[in-house]
Ligand binder design. Structure first.
Ligand code: DC
Length: 231
């Protein structure tokens, strides 16, 4: 059966990566977390004291950044590698990364650098990628585009639970404030703002269980693949 590209976009912490991972596993597709790539670039810039308000310095630093994905042998989960080093935990729990990532992802040089890599990763299809501009910029011709939403308070609680499980000590208010700020920056930046693609299917999962959401989406995948087969 012909492989397709599944593009998943949406606000921060609305469960995009959970559903993307589930889909990739069920379909035996590759999963790419594009947000992890923006986080890894942000971590590199912080570690190397690069002034993110100077695009020419950022552009120069990008030449020294290599991002790959690997597997944690112990947990069998996907990890992000920054220049060969496992930074999976660091990019999720480092509050400086969380604070700077929206600013870094608004830099056109950074977007160009990562979009190019993301498009290469999808060249063979059979991929599920989640992010903010996947259906609009990275894969505008993706066979299936999903736009996931959920109420901000529900998203903040989910993110708080995730951070706590990673050993982070933070509050609901802090998480909600960071999330709201990131939503605003992601939606209002000039280059590739978070937008629902015209042909994306919107799913509000505020009141859906993980299983209900999966059932709904896998059905959409089957229909899309069936349609592709007939074309
Ligand atoms: O999905 P996430 O929260 O890990 O993403 C981190 C940040 O990266 C988010 O604030 C927006 C940015 N991002 C982006 O601009 N474009 C993408 N395709 C993915 C993420």
């Amino acid at each position: 059966m012909r492989k397709i590209i599944i593009a998943i976009d949406g606000y921060s912490s609305c469960g995009k990566s959970t559903i993307a991972k589930e889909l990739a596993k069920a379909l035996n597709y590759h999963y790419v977390d594009s947000g992890a790539m923006y986080r890894a670039v942000t971590l590199f810039l912080i570690q190397n004291h690069i002034d993110i308000y100077h695009p020419e310095l950022v552009q120069k630093a990008l030449k020294d950044i290599q991002i790959n994905f690997g597997v944690n042998e112990e947990t069998q989960t996907q990890i992000t590698l920054l220049n060969g080093e496992d930074v999976e935990n660091e990019i999720r729990v480092n509050s400086r990364v969380a604070s700077a990532v929206s600013e870094v992802s608004s830099i056109s040089e950074v977007r160009k650098f990562l979009v190019n890599q993301q498009q290469m990763l999808g060249a063979q299809k059979g991929i599920v990628m989640d992010g903010r501009d996947i259906g609009t910029v990275v894969f505008p011709t993706a066979e299936l585009k999903l736009f996931i939403t959920a109420e901000p308070k529900i998203r903040a609680q989910r993110r708080l639970d995730e951070l706590k499980s990673l050993g982070q000590n933070t509050t609901f208010e802090e998480v909600l404030a960071n999330l709201t700020k990131r939503d605003e920056m992601d939606s209002n930046r000039l280059d590739s703002p978070l937008l629902k693609a015209k042909d994306a299917i919107e799913i509000d999962n505020s009141n859906l269980s993980q299983d209900e959401q999966f059932a709904l989406i896998i059905d959409l995948v089957r229909k899309t693949k069936g349609q592709e087969q007939r074309n």
